[in-house]
Design a protein around this ligand. Structure first.
Ligand SMILES: C[S@@+](CC[C@H](N)C(=O)[O-])C[C@H]1O[C@@H](n2cnc3c(N)ncnc32)[C@H](O)[C@@H]1O
Length: 269
C-alpha cells in the first residue's frame, strides 16, 4: 500500500468535524463524539470496573482514526487505574490521518486534552507496520498497526480484554466486519473479553454469537437507538501480585507483533 493509496481523503464538515471521503462517513457522532465514545466504548466494555484488580489490561481497537477513543480511554485509565496497573492498547488504522489533522479534530475536546496531546506528540509516520508509542505519563503503551485490519490482527499475538469495534458502518466498510476479522477477534480474545460497538447490524450480532460471544443490544447514545455489547464466557484472572513477588514483569508491556515495528518515543520504564 503506498501512502497515496492509504489516504483517508479527509474533508471537514461545516461544524469542523472530519469526514472520510474514502468511506463517505464521519469519524464520530455529530452530537458529541466524546460522550458517544464514553457511552459506546468505555461503558460498553464495562470500564473502569473491568480493570479493577488487574496489573495489566489490554484494549484492542479496530479503527484508530483521530485517536479520540484512545484519548478518552487513556484519560479514564489515568484517573481510575489500579495501583501499579499498566495499560496496553493495540489499535489498527489502514488510512492514517496526519498529526495535524488529528490535532484539529481532537481540539474539540479539551476535557481529554492531556491524553490527546500525548498522542499527537508521538503520532507515528503513516508507514505500514507496527509502531510502538510509549505513554509513561499515562502508564500505558500503544501499539498502532498501520495497515489492513485482517493483516494486523493476524500479525498480533496479544489477547484483548476489551475490544472497541469502530470501523465505519458495515454497509460502507465491510472489510472491518468480515468473517475473517471476526474469527481473528475471537482468536485474540482473553477469557471473559468484552466487545463494544455502535452497530447492531444483524451480521455483526450473528457473527459474534456464532463465535461464542454472548451478545446484548443496549440503549444507544444520542440519536442512535441501540448499541452492542458482547462478552466471551470465562473470567479474567486478577493479577495484582503480592508485594515482592516475582510476577511476570513483561506481561503488561504487551506482546510484540511478528511484523516490523518501530518505537516512537523513548520509554522511561
Ligand atoms: C469510525 S472511524 C474510527 C474512529 C476512531 N476510533 C476515532 O476515535 O476517531 C473508522 C476507521 O477505520 C479505518 N478503516 C476502515 N477500514 C479499514 C481496514 N480494512 N483496515 C484498517 N483500518 C480501516 C478508517 O480509516 C477509519 O479511520
Amino acid at each position: 500500500m503506498t501512502t497515496e493509496d492509504a489516504s483517508p481523503q479527509l474533508t471537514w464538515t461545516e461544524e469542523g468535524e472530519p469526514r472520510s471521503g474514502r468511506f463517505g462517513d464521519v469519524y464520530f457522532s455529530r452530537d458529541d463524539g466524546l460522550a458517544e465514545t464514553r457511552a459506546v466504548f468505555l461503558q460498553g466494555c464495562g470500564l473502569p470496573e473491568a480493570w479493577a484488580g488487574r496489573r495489566s489490561f489490554t484494549v484492542a481497537e479496530l479503527g484508530f482514526g483521530t485517536g479520540l477513543n484512545i484519548a478518552a480511554l487513556l484519560d479514564l485509565w489515568r484517573r481510575t487505574r489500579p495501583q501499579e496497573g499498566r495499560l496496553h492498547v493495540f489499535s489498527i488504522e489502514g488510512f492514517p490521518l496526519s498529526a495535524q489533522e488529528a490535532g484539529r479534530a481532537l481540539a474539540n475536546w479539551p476535557e481529554v486534552g492531556e491524553a490527546a496531546s500525548a498522542l499527537i506528540q508521538a503520532w507515528p509516520a503513516p508507514t505500514p507496520g507496527f509502531h510502538r508509542i510509549d505513554l509513561p505519563e499515562h502508564h500505558a503503551v500503544l501499539d498502532l498497526a498501520v495497515g489492513d485490519a485482517a493483516w494486523a490482527l493476524e500479525a498480533w499475538w496479544g489477547q484483548a480484554d476489551a475490544w472497541f469495534l469502530d470501523g465505519f458502518s458495515p454497509a460502507l466498510n465491510p472489510g472491518m466486519w468480515s468473517p475473517q476479522v471476526l474469527d481473528l477477534i475471537q482468536a485474540r480474545s482473553a477469557p471473559g473479553a468484552r466487545v463494544a460497538t455502535f452497530t447492531v447490524a444483524g451480521a455483526v450480532r450473528r457473527g459474534l454469537a456464532e463465535r461464542g460471544f454472548v451478545v446484548d443490544k443496549r440503549p444507544g447514545h444520542g440519536r442512535k437507538r441501540e448499541r452492542l455489547e458482547a462478552r466471551l464466557p470465562g473470567r479474567a484472572t486478577p493479577q495484582i501480585p503480592a508485594r515482592g513477588s516475582r510476577s511476570s514483569a513483561r506481561a503488561w508491556r504487551g506482546p510484540r507483533p511478528r511484523g516490523r515495528w518501530r518505537r516512537q518515543a523513548s520509554s522511561r520504564w
